[in-house]
Design a protein. Structure first.
Length: 308
């Protein structure tokens, strides 16, 4: 019996660690195929869709036109050249010339600063004013909320173009006044969205805890409610940017925007409508630019807050 016990003790213990030791492969053994190798972790950044990349390129190009138009167009957009009227697109003039001999490419490039800056101003006016109204309505409730939201309902009842025209007639013509008019017309949409987000965040546990721990009303709104309510609002602001470009171009086409000879995109389309039969490029070129920038802005805005 002592011999059996000694033999049992002499045997190596059957532990999981000993059983898990891999058997080394011979030196001449073939390597495992790629299908049998352990998969490597995928990179965090995935490939962007081509449409989104193209949209960002269009937005970046338009922004560069607005910031440094002289890099892309060397001719004077306001001075015409004698004997160069209504020339078709060619090597000398990429987009042709207008009835006064002005280079259309230069006017389109220099017009970006008027259209894009007006759109930024319009979005800023709508975002700031709408956020203040929606934040106050959603945070206070009661009669204050009822009064503010009834005012918002009145703004929504009026068509945005009609409201913009009424405001711009009161303020006067010009790109800045047109941008303010477009921004005021978008206040109601921002206010409704902000109010719904504030009401949702206001009922959260951490906001109630902030109030319960002695936080002041304004401080809790600024530090907790407002930052957590702006995610969808900023996405809407990006979407509103394309709509603002289209609205400002519409006002310029109707003659309520920048006065001639300002190379604003809507005004360029309006100036070329009398020459559609003989000089189609006067309306086609700036019209395609407006469509491209608006569609690109909408595509970029649609990618916010969800997988592209």
């Amino acid at each position: 019996m002592n011999t059996a016990v000694s033999n049992a003790l002499a045997q190596p213990p059957d532990t999981p660690a000993a059983a898990s030791v891999p058997t080394p492969l011979p030196a001449d053994a073939p390597l495992p195929s790629a299908a049998l190798r352990p998969a490597l972790p995928l990179p965090a950044l995935r490939r962007l869709p081509p449409t989104l990349v193209l949209a960002w390129l269009v937005i970046a190009t338009a922004a560069l036109w607005a910031l440094a138009p002289g890099w892309f167009a060397h001719q004077n957009p306001l001075a015409g050249q004698a004997g160069q009227q209504l020339l078709a697109p060619g090597a000398a003039h990429w987009l042709g010339t207008d009835a006064l001999g002005r280079d259309l490419w230069a006017r389109v490039v220099h017009g970006a600063v008027h259209s894009l800056s007006g759109a930024f101003l319009a979005v800023a006016v709508g975002l700031v004013a709408g956020t203040l109204i929606g934040l106050l309505a959603g945070a206070t409730g009661g009669r204050t909320e009822d009064a503010l939201m009834r005012f918002v309902d009145v703004l929504l009842a009026v068509p945005s173009l009609l409201l913009s025209l009424a405001i711009i007639i009161l303020l006067g013509f010009g790109t800045i006044n047109a941008a303010i008019a477009v921004g005021v017309a978008s206040v109601a949409s921002f206010a409704r969205l902000v109010r719904s987000e504030v009401v949702r965040v206001r009922r959260s546990d951490y906001v109630e805890a902030a109030f319960g721990s002695g936080g002041r009303f304004a401080a809790v709104l600024w530090r907790h409610v407002l930052p957590n309510s702006l995610t969808s609002v900023l996405a809407m602001a990006a979407l509103q940017f394309g709509s603002a470009i289209l609205a400002i171009s519409t006002l310029g086409f109707l003659g309520y925007g920048a006065p001639p000879p300002t190379p604003e995109w809507g005004l360029l389309i309006a100036e070329g409508r009398n020459y559609i039969a003989t000089a189609w490029w006067l309306t086609t070129a700036p019209g395609l630019v407006v469509v491209a920038v608006v569609l690109a802005a909408n595509r970029v805005a649609a990618s916010f807050g969800r997988p592209a």
